[in-house]
Each structure stands twice: as structure tokens, then as C-alpha cells.
Design a protein around this ligand. Structure first.
Ligand SMILES: O=C(O)CCC(=O)C(=O)O
Ligand SMILES: [Fe+2]
Length: 299
């Protein structure tokens, strides 16, 4: 099944805020256009990360994790076609430089990664602020929250058509800005109503936003933490670059008072992002089910 997920013009959000909120409620994902990240920078970044992912295994393994799962992930039994590099806290210029140094990046590669990281990080902050305003809140969202990059490579071949690239999951943080491969499809999101998977076809020059579990907690159950997966549809290498806006570092996430009804019914107990991430890891509940462990007694 193929359908179009919502397309949001970033520059038009303030004139039609319900469109953004509706996309978060109904789809938990949307494409953004007019996002101010130059297409040339997106193309340069893609080709830089492609060459990093083509490095020998012993170099890629130098991309060590800072928090669990934030470093190089080699192909595994569960996801044999997938591998990924990671960069924890791309709001920190030192972290970006450490990542580049670990992988022996050239000055050009370093410069491209730095520029792209800054641009997407700025974009994340802009989306946070526009989302808060669209929800009628008078403060910024995402400011100072750690963000993580995952650079994904799927080695699809004729023999693997029809098999899984990445298994069904939700993203654990608040939201993800994804530069999906502009040529090679395969990403599928679950339709909230029917439970059917819907193909997310590439749309060059745009970025995709997916909401994660923390967005559901913050919105008091309103925003849909979209389940998604990647399937091999054609025999080509697929590259995607994901920026995860995780959650505040030191403050627990909870729905702001404006989003809770007059009887103050919160569906979820306040939770530190780091504790929630550990809960997902220890329970191996990767498709949003761990949220049920945070339910308050009145929900
Ligand atoms: O490669 C993609 O399109 C999606 C990747 C993804 O879901 C993830 O990194 O969490
Ligand atoms: Fe994901």
C-alpha cells in the first residue's frame, strides 16, 4: 500500500499551526519542505558518509559508543543487511570533531560533517520552537537537549529483495529528522488507524520527521509514536542519515500543564529520558510497548 504522508512547509507553519499538530496526532510523521538546508549540502553529506561507511571494518569500529548503542553497529543476525555509524551529542562541536578524528576524516569531510550537523541541529531547534507554538505554548522545546546522529547503510542485493533492512521499531526520543535516500525507497510507516504499513516514497530535497516515544509522553498520549521499518525493495545500497532529538538531559519529561486536562490526569509518570532508554534496552521493547510501563494509575 502506498499513500502520501503529510507535507509541511516549514515557513508556513505559523500561518496554519493545526496542520503540523494534525500530522503529529494522525501520522506521527511528516515531510518538511522549505527547510533551508541546501540540497547541495545534503548531497555532499550523503556522499561523505557513504565513503565513511565504505571504510574498512577496523576503522569503523573506532567509532566507539558514548552512550549504549551510539557507536558503530555492525551487521548482525537480527539486521544482517544493516550497519551504522553514530555520533552522540552533535550539538557539541567537540563530539563532532572526535567522531571525525576517529574515522580519519579528511579536512573536506570534516568541514561537510560539521556544516551539516550545525544546520540540522539548528533545524531541530526551529521545529521544536514551532511545534511548541503550534501547541499554544509560550516556550521553546528541545533547547539544550542532546541529539544523536545515526548514519545508516543498507547493503541491498537481488538476493535480499523482500527481506528486512531494519525491523519494526519506534524511535525512543522526541523526534527524528531523517534524510532518507533520495533514490532508494524501503522505509515503511505504520498507519495509526489500520495498522497497515505504508511505503514512504523518496521525495528528493525534503526531510522526513518521525515522532518517537518521548513525544507521546510529552503530549500526554496525543502524538503518535510512529512504528516503522525498512524493507529491501531493490538491489541498491541505501543510505539514510537520522538526527534523533532525544530528551532533556537532567529534567524528567512530562506533559506541560497546558496539555493536561482540568483534573490533572497525566497518562504517564514523569521520566528521565536516560532512564526510559535503559528501560527499552533492558526490556527489549523497541516498538513503543515500554511506554505502558510508565502508565499512571489513572490511565
Ligand atoms: O533508514 C531509514 O530510513 C530509517 C532509519 C531508522 O528508522 C532509524 O535510524 O531509526
Ligand atoms: Fe527509526
Amino acid at each position: 500500500m502506498s499513500t502520501s504522508i503529510p507535507v509541511i512547509d516549514l515557513q508556513e507553519i505559523s500561518s496554519e499551526p493545526p496542520k503540523l499538530v494534525q500530522a503529529c496526532d494522525e501520522w506521527g510523521c511528516f515531510r518538511i519542505i522549505n527547510h533551508q538546508i541546501p540540497t547541495t549540502l545534503m548531497a555532499e553529506m550523503k556522499s561523505v558518509v557513504r565513503s565513511l561507511l565504505d571504510l574498512p571494518m577496523e576503522i569503523k569500529r573506532r567509532n566507539r559508543e558514548v552512550i549504549a548503542g551510539s557507536g558503530y553497529v555492525a551487521p548482525s543476525k537480527g539486521n544482517p543487511l544493516y550497519e551504522g555509524l553514530g555520533l552522540y551529542d552533535l550539538g557539541s562541536i567537540e563530539a563532532v570533531h572526535d567522531f571525525c578524528t576517529q574515522l580519519d576524516a579528511s579536512p573536506y569531510q570534516r568541514e561537510t560533517i560539521t556544516r551539516y550537523s550545525q544546520s540540522v541541529h539548528d533545524l531541530a531547534m526551529e521545529i521544536g520552537s514551532k511545534l511548541a507554538k503550534s501547541m499554544g505554548l509560550d516556550k521553546d522545546l528541545f533547547m539544550g537537549w542532546p541529539c544523536q546522529f545515526r548514519i545508516n547503510k543498507y547493503s541491498f542485493t537481488t538476493e535480499t529483495i523482500g527481506s528486512s533492512g531494519v525491523q519494526i521499531h519506534t524511535d525512543s526520543g522526541f523526534l527524528t529528522i531523517l534524510q532518507d535516500d533520495e533514490n532508494v525507497g524501503g522505509l515503511e510507516v505504520m498507519d495509526k488507524r489500520s495498522g497497515a504499513f505504508v511505503a514512504v516514497d523518496p521525495l528528493p530535497g525534503t526531510l522526513l520527521v518521525n515522532l518517537g516515544d518521548i513525544a507521546t509522553v510529552w503530549s500526554n498520549g496525543r502524538f503518535y509514536n510512529v512504528k516503522h521499518r525498512v524493507q529491501c525493495k531493490e538491489a541498491r545500497i541505501r543510505i539514510s542519515i537520522a538526527l534523533f532529538v532525544l530528551g532533556p538531559k537532567e529534567e524528567a519529561v512530562e506533559a506541560p500543564p497546558e496539555l493536561v486536562d482540568s483534573e490533572d490526569r497525566r497518562l504517564y509518570v514523569p521520566v528521565l529520558f536516560e532512564d526510559y532508554r535503559k528501560l527499552r534496552l533492558s526490556t527489549r521493547l523497541r516498538a513503543g510497548e515500554a511506554l505502558s510501563l510508565l502508565h499512571t494509575t489513572n490511565s
